[in-house]
Design a protein around this ligand. Structure first.
Ligand SMILES: *Cc1c(COP(=O)(O)O)cnc(C)c1O
Length: 392
């Protein structure tokens, strides 16, 4: 019998421990494993190479993403960086121009030192993507919806371009999770996650995951995971496993809240632009609707100026003002000074990440309470928007 993903979160191979019946995966706090036979070692030998708690998380995420194998890392950046180690000197990467700040940093400041070049493109513009393919392009790197401007890339179309160029497609699926978007089904080769965000969901752990499409990639990424060694410890694996059990209810509630808040912000005279692919007037709405089950729980918006933003921030009370997203509590972030601080002001402006932009990750509070909090804080904003651009 095949179950839907929400049921699979609870009823899977790990729902009870085979030896004891425990209803959670035991935390195997061990670095090494006794070998019972000098000639044939057991399945596990050393926890960097394999640990049963980590293995449960890795199998579960592979099942959810529809991949052949999953790998757990100590952070989203560890997962992303390890996947990039598939590249060699002389290779080229085509990458979304508004990727996560940490991904921007590793590609521009680290991989460049190892002879891996890159071109930033607007992945939503397929012509631009095609024009920038080089003979040595080996990876197309996609983040959709993108961070922080929620641009929507057509995953299937980019994967087809990549295939014709004999390159791999990596998709950062942090914002939607496999419950809402399944990049491997759309043609992607590797799916990457900051499990710190929605998958774990409680702002209590830093973790990353990579899921690969086939056995050949599984061999390569497994070798790199063990070589580089940025694995997730068993206690943190257990926290992510616990978070996953409630992923479905958390995402659904947060996304419904996000939709309500986006509609509220869209009509507010002190909000200039709103970025949320769940609004029918968003340019990526159609694509989002075709490739994902929901627009998710993250949205961004701008006020008239940085000054207006500061007045708003001084009075908003419910959301945490912090880096990160995808948690039970709503989180308001200031990309220019937080997630995208690694980017110069000129680079940020080129990408539309202005000093008047805020990103909201909507949590599990009551939507009306959140809206009332926004309404109250916005009364302190002096500047009404002069030319309302509306939806982006
Ligand atoms: C947070 C984040 C990352 C990095 O993950 P860490 O767990 O912080 O290392 C990568 N991609 C996206 C989209 C993120 O939001």
């Amino acid at each position: 019998m095949s179950y839907s993903l929400d049921t699979l979160l609870l009823h899977n191979r790990f729902k009870h421990d085979k030896q004891t019946g425990a209803v959670n995966v035991p935390v195997y706090n061990t670095s090494t494993f006794h070998q019972f036979d000098v000639d044939s070692f057991g399945k596990y030998d050393y926890s960097r190479s394999g640990n049963p708690t980590r293995e449960a998380l890795e199998e579960l995420i592979a099942l959810l993403e529809g991949g052949s194998k999953g790998f757990a890392f100590s952070s989203g950046m560890a997962a992303i960086s390890t996947a990039f180690l598939l590249l060699s000197q002389g290779d080229h990467v085509l990458i979304s121009e508004d990727v996560y700040g940490g991904t921007y940093r590793i590609i521009t400041e680290v991989l460049s030192r190892y002879g891996v070049s890159h071109t930033f493109v607007d992945m939503t513009n397929l012509e631009e993507v095609e024009q920038n393919i080089r003979p040595n392009t080996k990876v197309f790197y996609v983040e959709t919806p993108s961070n922080p401007l929620l641009k929507v890339t057509n995953i299937r179309a980019v994967c087809e371009l990549a295939k014709s160029a004999h390159a791999l497609t990596f998709v950062d699926n942090t914002f939607l999770t496999p419950l809402y978007q399944k990049p491997i089904e759309l043609g992607a080769d590797i799916v990457l996650h900051s499990a710190t965000k929605f998958l774990a969901g409680h702002s209590d752990v830093t973790a990353g995951l990579a899921i690969v499409k086939d056995e050949e990639l599984a061999q390569k990424v497994g070798f790199l995971q063990n070589s580089f060694g940025a694995i997730l410890g068993p206690q943190d694996c257990s926290l992510v496993l616990r978070g996953l059990k409630t992923l479905h209810v958390r995402l659904e509630h947060s996304s419904r809240n996000a939709e309500k808040i986006a509609c509220y912000l869209q009509q507010h005279p002190k909000i200039k632009d709103i970025y949320y692919p769940g609004l029918p007037s968003h340019p990526g709405y159609e694509t989002q609707h075709n490739q994902a089950k929901s627009a998710g729980a993250v949205l961004s918006f701008t006020l008239e100026s940085e000054n207006a933003l500061r007045q708003f921030l001084a009075h908003i009370q419910l959301p945490v003002f912090a880096v990160s997203l995808g948690a039970v509590e709503s989180i308001l972030s200031y990309p220019a000074k937080m997630s995208h601080a690694a980017m110069s002001q000129a680079e940020r402006e080129k990408r539309g990440i202005s000093n008047a932009l805020l990103r909201l990750s909507v949590g599990l509070e009551n939507a009306d309470d959140l809206i009332a909090d926004f309404e109250h804080a916005l009364t302190y904003v002096e500047e009404v928007v002069i030319s309302k651009k509306g939806v982006n």
